[in-house]
Design a protein around this ligand. Structure first.
Ligand SMILES: *Cc1c(COP(=O)(O)O)cnc(C)c1O
Length: 341
């Protein structure tokens, strides 16, 4: 079956479906960050999205794209992260039955949150069982729709609405930085930016430990890597999706990487200076802008802050680690852009 690659029209359809259901999240700016980078930066804060991450957009759009009889048979997802919770939440809002397939050793908090949305949780053994197989089997048995976290046209189109809103609010951008896992958010962003801000360079950002997207863009085909080790748990994906790659190949200017240390510093900055809780994966794009700031001076830059779901104990211990390295006040307030490069 030929792939159904989403278009800008699909992003507009998603925006109409999501109106009044997904939050129109705030676009924040930081004078200090602008001073540090020499750029004018607009942060689209999806940590304030329903469910705490942009994933709600794609999950809800995919659910609303189902016809009434399909919705009645329910939806299935396999994920231990933000997508599972987003789909469970979207399904609860629409009164649709959701089955979420999670590893038996998933954090108790996540299991409870997913069940709290009324979803049925089915466990699998990460080491001996294949979640895709289980998902496929349960979907087939129940006639339910399997909604994957990124490799799906309606998921991509839904994620694109974050960029649509950002450009509507911030105006034309010279560049847009977007974190990259399987490519749902980045492909959606590229579709929206190509139409709304054609001069905007769209840049994907991966953890240094797993640059499969960068390799894929260079090679012109999807490259699969080992599961990378990074604190950016939302982006430790082994390969781009089949629906995501063609959009990224055609519309994304570059893919860059950042280190875990840079993510921790960025988390610290977000908390201390902007008073926002951002999960490590959510810091990828901003950290890249910080490290590439030399080439971005005087430009208008969009950054997608993708989510804020981080265990507070983990958040605190990561922040403590950054405390030693991050320049303190008043040094940061006074410093010019050169100081922190
Ligand atoms: C899922 C996720 C990502 C990666 O998104 P993809 O669509 O898989 O590229 C980034 N940040 C957060 C917070 C996420 O939940």
């Amino acid at each position: 079956m030929p792939l159904n690659i989403p278009t800008f029209d699909d992003v507009l359809t998603a925006a109409a479906r999501l109106a009044g259901l997904a939050h129109r999240t705030p676009v924040l700016t930081s004078r200090t960050f602008n001073d540090l980078t020499g750029a004018e930066v607009f942060f689209k804060c999806e940590n304030f999205q329903r469910g705490g991450a942009f994933k709600f957009r794609g999950a809800m759009n995919a659910l609303l794209a189902l016809d009434i009889s399909a919705r009645a048979r329910g939806v299935v997802a396999y994920s231990s992260g933000n997508h599972a919770q987003a789909l469970a939440y979207a399904a609860a809002i629409k009164g649709v039955k959701a089955v979420i397939i999670m590893p038996r050793d998933a954090p108790e908090l996540k299991v409870r949150a997913t069940r709290g949305y009324g979803a049925e949780v089915i466990f699998y053994d990460r080491y001996s069982e294949n979640r895709e197989e289980i998902g496929g089997r349960i979907a087939a048995e129940r006639g339910a729709a399997l909604i994957p976290p990124y490799d799906h046209p309606d998921v991509i189109a839904g994620q694109g609405t974050a960029t649509l809103e950002l450009i509507q609010e911030a105006g034309p951008l010279d560049a847009l930085y977007v974190c990259l896992g399987g490519g749902g958010l980045l492909a959606g962003a590229a579709l929206a930016a190509a139409e709304c801000a054609p001069a905007c360079r769209v840049v994907g950002v991966e953890p240094e430990a797993g640059n499969d997207g960068q390799q894929s863009l260079a090679r012109g085909e999807v490259v699969t890597i080992e599961v990378p080790k990074s604190i950016a748990d939302g982006a430790v994906v082994t390969h781009l999706g089949a629906h995501n790659f063609p959009v990224i190949r055609d519309k994304v200017a570059a893919i860059t990487t950042v280190s875990d240390d840079a993510l921790i510093e960025m988390m610290h900055f977000f908390a201390e200076r902007m008073k926002i809780v951002v999960e490590p994966t959510g810091c990828l794009a901003a950290a890249a802008v910080r490290s590439e700031s030399q080439s971005l001076r005087g430009q208008r830059i969009g950054v997608i802050v993708s989510g804020g779901n981080v265990d507070l104990t983990r958040f605190a211990s990561l922040i403590m680690a950054a405390g030693d390295k991050t320049p303190r006040e008043p040094a940061m307030a006074r410093a010019g852009p050169e100081t922190f490069r």
